[in-house]
Design a protein around this ligand. Structure first.
Ligand code: MN
Length: 186
């Protein structure tokens, strides 16, 4: 958790610098308070996933870009979810960034584990963002198009993520799925 926060602090500072944004302007763009942004940059605060998404959407960044380094280099790469899985925020959710966002490919791909009882509504992402959810273990529910859909191992759903959507696990065992988030090309 500490490592992720350190990375996040640097990534946020770097993004503000590249976009030439003051803390004030970044706060307006993201809806996250100036005080909170400052705390994150100093590694003094462990934000929720909802806050991370506000930052990502508001500054036009991918989620993976806030959590860890990009994968530059040749297309062929071996990754292992067990080695990558972490709890990056206080949310009851584990994240393995299998493939960080790559601008040429236009997507990032995670393995997400919802611990029992986890429920989160997500603000709409940027226009044109589409999510794919493929369940690999347990039971999860996805809120899309105004309703909760129950999914079990082997089930998959694709939905427009530029509208309100959500993720929850009402069962007593972890629910695991792959989440491929496609961003429209600029
Ligand atoms: Mn989402």
């Amino acid at each position: 958790m500490q490592e992720v926060n350190t990375y996040l602090a640097g990534a946020l500072k770097q993004a503000r610098k590249e976009k030439d944004l003051s803390l004030d302007k970044a706060a307006k763009a993201t809806g996250v308070s100036k005080a909170m942004l400052g705390q994150i940059e100093r590694g003094e605060s462990s934000p929720t996933l909802a806050t991370l998404w506000k930052i990502a959407s508001g500054l036009n960044l991918s989620m993976s870009g806030l959590l860890g380094p990009a994968l530059n280099g040749p297309p062929t790469v071996f990754r292992n979810a067990d080695a990558l899985r972490e709890q990056p925020t206080q949310d009851r959710m584990l994240v393995a960034t299998l493939f960080p966002f790559n601008p040429a490919l236009g997507f990032e791909m995670f393995e997400l584990t919802l611990l029992p009882g986890y429920e989160r509504y997500s603000d709409p992402h940027e226009p044109g963002v589409i999510e794919h959810v493929i369940v690999t273990a347990g039971d999860v529910e996805i809120y899309a198009d105004g309703q909760w859909q129950a999914l079990s191992k082997g089930d998959a759903i694709r939905f427009a993520a530029d509208t309100p959507h959500g993720y929850r696990n009402m069962s007593t065992a972890p629910g695991v799925f792959h989440n491929l988030i496609h961003y429209p090309q600029d």
